[in-house]
Design a binder for this molecule. Structure first.
Ligand code: PLP
Length: 382
């Protein structure tokens, strides 16, 4: 028995799309990427969508566009992937970690309000595992805080939530921007990639520059009209544009992502139902959310977590951990030694959690094997 932890479902259609790009003289950001951006604007019903070559570089370009400077504070939940915080650290910002709700494991408006200071510049709520944070309530909590207001920008980390909704609304509705990842294991993928969506025209205009070195014209435009056109650089940027070679993989996936969600949900629901009466801890499902079901996670007592992982691996069940909390990561522990005490729920979950295989190609028999293995090996560990 050999089960994959994850398998993409790209096939011959994707291979043909890449071949089509290779058959043209133009490989980097051009017509194909523009077409995908148009598709994203339609899907999310937003006026601006910019493809980027990763969540991380898209977030860096966005923070540069917002003028984040060394010493500015960026508020992030302690339960997230390191990238959510690293991007601010790289720019010299100060990471302010907040604890998460002990049931949903999501960042809360209350925790964000408690973290605001006169130096707060950006808040990065994370739609963890596919379930959306209440960004509307977060916006209100920020705007009614004595040191708050619209100058504090909300960037939604939507790496786990392309197709999910909250109150019927998609990501990017209440934040200043929402940033997606098309990394190899994400629900929509082109290997490495991402997108930033925003309703803020000023931010979008700056982002167009900061995602490409700060240049005022992308390559196709520099040669528009069959002649060379000068460009300039007003603001410092990074290299975050997505090439057509990779963008070509996205259109069919964006078209079908909603129709695949019931399949992801059926697999996730089957796990949740199988474990509902057992001793494992499961993240609470918020009835206001339609989760993108990016990851399925279970919790075992922290003392037994590594034994549980070893036992599952030995029997042929591949697992991973999403995530050890930021205060338990060496760099953050060293730099912010007080964070662990301030974020007990995130730290506790990070020491308990295990992720199980969840992808549309997971067969029913493989899932049965996984569920039986979890019950047999992990239930005795409590
Ligand atoms: C994957 C992920 C990222 C980083 O995405 P990249 O595209 O690899 O930069 C950021 N935040 C979360 C929550 C993620 O899971």
């Amino acid at each position: 028995m050999s089960i994959d932890f994850y398998r993409h479902d790209l096939g011959t259609e994707a291979a043909q799309a890449v071949a089509d790009v290779i058959s043209t003289p133009f490989l980097t950001t051009g017509k194909v990427a523009r077409g995908v951006e148009e598709q994203l604007r339609g899907y999310f019903d937003v006026p601006h969508a910019l493809l980027v070559n990763s969540w991380t570089n898209g977030a860096a370009a966005t923070l540069l566009a917002l003028g984040v400077e060394p010493g500015d504070e960026i508020v992030v939940p302690a339960m997230t992937f390191i990238a959510s915080a690293n991007v601010g650290e790289v720019l010299g910002a100060v990471t302010v970690m907040t604890d998460v709700d002990p049931d949903t494991l999501l960042m809360t408006p209350e925790a964000v309000a408690a973290a605001i200071t006169p130096r707060t510049k950006v808040v990065i709520p994370v739609h963890l595992y596919g379930q959306m944070v209440d960004v509307a309530a977060m916006r209100q909590a920020i705007d009614t805080h004595p040191d708050g207001g619209p100058h504090i920008r909300i960037l939604e980390d939507a790496a786990h939530c392309f197709e999910g909704t909250r109150n019927g609304e998609r990501p990017g509705r209440h934040g200043d921007a929402a940033i997606f990842s098309f990394y190899a294991t994400k629900n929509v993928t082109c290997g490495e990639g991402g997108a930033v969506i925003t309703r803020d025209a000023g931010l979008a205009a700056k982002l167009t520059e900061t995602r490409l070195h700060g240049m005022s014209a992308i390559a196709v435009d520099r040669f528009a009209g069959g002649k060379y056109n000068h460009w300039d650089m007003e603001r410092l940027g990074t290299k975050a544009n997505l090439p057509d070679l990779l963008a070509a993989l996205l259109p069919p996936q964006i078209e079908t992502v909603d129709s695949k969600l019931p399949l992801r949900r059926a697999i996730a629901d089957r796990y949740r139902e199988a474990f509902a009466d057992g001793p494992l801890r499961l993240p609470a499902v918020d009835p206001l959310c339609v989760s993108a079901e990016h990851l399925i996670t279970i919790g075992v007592p922290a003392d037994n977590r590594d034994r549980a992982i070893a036992a599952l691996n030995e029997t042929g069940v591949p697992v991973t951990v999403n995530y050890r909390a930021l205060p338990d990561i060496a760099y953050y522990r060293r730099r912010y030694p007080q964070a662990a005490d301030q974020c007990p729920h995130a730290v506790a979950w990070g020491r308990q959690t295990i992720s199980l295989p969840l992808y549309t190609g997971l067969s029913a028999s493989d899932q049965t094997f996984i569920i039986e293995a979890v019950k047999k090996l992990l239930y005795p560990l409590g």
